[in-house]
Design a protein around this ligand. Sequence first.
Ligand SMILES: Nc1ncnc2c1ncn2[C@@H]1O[C@H](COP(=O)(O)OP(=O)(O)OP(=O)(O)O)[C@@H](O)[C@H]1O
Ligand SMILES: [Mg+2]
Length: 274
Amino acid sequence: MTSELVIRDLHVTVADGEKEVLKGVNLTIRQGEIHALMGPNGSGKSTLSNAIMGHPHYAVTQGDILLDGESILDMEPNVRARKGLFLAFQYPVAVPGVSMANFLRTAVSNIRGFTDQPAPSDKKQGLIGSNLMPMKDFRKEFLGKMDEFNVDRSFAKRYLNEGFSGGEKKRVEILQMAMLQPKFAIMDETDSGLDIDALRVVSDGVNKLAGPDLGILLITHYQRILNYVKPDFVHVFFNGRIVMSGGPEIAYELEEKGYSWVTDQFGELELVAA
Ligand SMILES: Nc1ncnc2c1ncn2[C@@H]1O[C@H](COP(=O)(O)OP(=O)(O)OP(=O)(O)O)[C@@H](O)[C@H]1O
Ligand SMILES: [Mg+2]
């Protein structure tokens, strides 16, 4: 069955409810589809990403997010991840002391259900939650994916994102996505800050992962990534909601005419912060 992620009339506030950033977002993404979301700075694109993933600073005040008909609003982010959701961060954070390999082995073990089984040494005490994917299997898969997605093997031992260049962080987000094999991936400006070669590597990675089992929400400011990754739908985001949807031609028009093309039709850009 094709999975479906439905965002219905979503309203979200930040900063302890002081500010409504999302003002009624409606969007349906099916497995196999690529949706591009474009919109000016501060219009609420990352807020949407965070709300979908369940970031605790973002409160849903109205509407719903449904995965195959089931509301995910009460689920913790790790449960959402197990259900098949993945977020590639706009600004990935560094986690000093946690190596990439350890981080991903733990994440993969959680998502694939290894952590539900008692670890061999814990069985007697009936402890749950300390089992991990066998190191041998993980290592083989991880190194294979590092090679496939052009991440140098030396990164396995480095602390997550610590000292990574902007482009390296973005490549590593794609590597994480390749390991976690989500049903739906939200990619928040995975193309920003990339040089031409890195843009190609990242785009190739997205294209490798795209397919009938993956739905992608690709948030971007630039039409250029859409030269490599072909979206089925393009949406324009404005003042906390989607104001225009269509095919790839919208991205070209936006690039050519700028957001004034949209404001002319939808009124002046009222800053979300106002
Ligand atoms: N935790 C927060 N506390 C206060 N304000 C916030 C918080 N998160 C987001 N905002 C505000 O919400 C608005 C939307 O921010 P958001 O990051 O979602 O925009 P964006 O569309 O992703 O912008 P960009 O293109 O620059 O990444 C901004 O005015 C931002 O300052
Ligand atoms: Mg953003």
